[in-house]
Design a protein around this ligand. Structure first.
Ligand code: ATP
Length: 419
């Protein structure tokens, strides 16, 4: 059981003074207008768990856009508003805070976006995914720091449980299935038994979710420290198979994700690289199906297609007698993420050495001479220029020439041999 600490103390202890000060000012302004302001959602959960999270989500029983407009006069920053949803974002220096008018949601059809209307805090909290995300902290000066826990969030946090608020939660919005697995694995919590049953029952509802929304959930999972744990769990519960029946979240994926993190450190692997590894063992047809299911952008789709194309060249790349220009011919033009995916997933040492050489060196090699230089040396403008530049590039790659002067002599030699 996790020991949960007093929320009011945690605000001062864990959040930067700039944000604490902002919340106090915002609470005062809201109160002076007879409105109530709360800190809600993930940041409250993380404050209670002692985990770093500076993404402030504020909810106001009143009008969030008007409140934000008043705050900007005090705070000096930029404001972005979405009147349809009653939300605003305030940004200043390196800080950003989301403010929303308390609202309720009704789901007309599974998977579709909900209808929203202004409402009370309790309804706003009731529309949320899991109890651990339903807690709020009052920010009005008269009740500053008071925890509002209407749905048993604190108790579930202490018992490390992920629990939905009602039986229809996953049917209303099946993206919550992915969200639940993500929290479960990130926090090392467990799905509460009834929630687990509902999740298993509602796995088919994942088919009601649009490609864009599923893609967003995958992006969130791939920002986690250990994304493979989420895929492994999803496979266990038949959720991964809803993306493609052939996808696997087993130990192979864990090993490759770890290598990908080492390769791109200190940055996280790109979405394309991670996805290429997840889809690596699919056939070309299955991979094509995944691309359309997720409605992937052109560039990520291309990474997946390139990954498949390079896979067919691994045998040729495993030839120890291949020279650098041969390696270049096999790999140039493909997306770096697709090449990296093959480096990490391929099982031939020689092929991996060749891919590494391409990534670290060959892809940057260029001849020093350009078309104008060739004309100056005496070659007539026309297709011959392109041919010679290609020959020079090849000579550079294979180390037959290493300087601009060397290239000039080579071109002159070729010319002399021609005449
Ligand atoms: P993270 O820690 O991953 O950033 P978060 O808890 O801050 O997660 P967000 O995705 O930023 O989550 O969403 C903010 C809040 O909105 C959540 O805490 C949750 O209460 C609510 N929420 C987000 N998505 C859904 C959803 N699909 N259904 C219900 N509530 C949601």
């Amino acid at each position: 059981m996790t020991k949960i600490t007093n929320p009011a103390n945690q605000i001062e202890k864990q959040l930067p003074a700039e944000l604490v000060n902002f919340m106090q000012v915002a609470g005062e302004v809201a109160q002076s207008q007879g409105q109530s302001l709360y800190l809600v959602g993930g940041v409250v959960r993380d404050l209670l768990l002692g985990r770093a999270n500076f993404d402030l989500d504020l909810v106001v029983e009143g009008n969030a856009i008007e409140l934000t407009r008043q705050l900007i006069e005090i705070k000096q920053g930029e404001i972005t508003t979405h009147p349809r949803f009653g939300t605003a974002k305030l940004q200043w220096n390196k800080w950003s805070v989301d403010l929303a008018t308390a609202r309720s949601e009704t789901y007309v059809k599974p998977g579709a976006l909900p209808r929203v209307k202004p409402s009370s805090l309790s309804n706003d909290l009731f529309r949320r995914d899991f109890t651990i995300n339903t807690m709020a902290i009052h920010l009005n000066p008269s009740r500053y720091g008071e925890l509002i826990d209407l749905y048993g969030g604190r108790d579930d946090l202490e018992h490390k449980l992920i629990r939905v608020l009602h039986e229809k939660s996953f049917t209303d919005d099946a993206t919550r299935i992915w969200r639940g697995l993500r929290y479960e694995q990130r926090l090392n919590f467990q799905l509460e038994p009834n929630t687990l049953q509902l999740l298993k029952r509602d796995i088919p509802m994942l088919d009601t979710i649009s490609g864009d929304r599923i893609q967003y959930e995958l992006e969130c999972i791939l920002q986690e420290e250990r994304p493979e744990k989420v895929f492994h769990r999803a496979e266990e519960l038949n959720g991964l198979q809803s993306l493609d029946p052939a996808l696997k979240g087993n130990g192979w994926l864990a090993e490759k994700f770890k290598l990908a993190q080492q390769l791109t450190s200190p940055n996280l692997p790109s979405f394309g690289l991670y996805l290429a590894l997840l889809a690596y063992r699919l056939t070309e047809e299955q991979s094509g199906h995944l691309i359309s299911r997720l409605r992937l952008s052109k560039s990520v789709a291309q990474t997946l297609q390139n990954t498949m194309a390079i896979k067919t060249k691994l045998q040729a790349l495993a030839n120890p007698a291949l020279n650098p220009s041969g390696i270049y011919r096999l790999l140039h033009g493909y997306s770096p993420s697709a090449i990296m995916a093959n480096l990490l997933a391929g099982d031939s040492n020689v092929a991996c050495q060749h891919i590494r050489l391409f990534l670290n060196k060959l892809r940057y090699v260029k001849p020093a001479l350009n078309g104008d230089d060739l004309i100056r040396i005496g070659i007539a403008p026309g297709p011959r220029i392109k041919e010679i530049l290609q020959l020079l590039h090849q000579a550079r790659l294979d180390g037959k020439v290493t300087s601009k002067q060397g290239e000039e002599s080579l071109v002159k030699k070729w010319l002399a041999n021609k005449e």
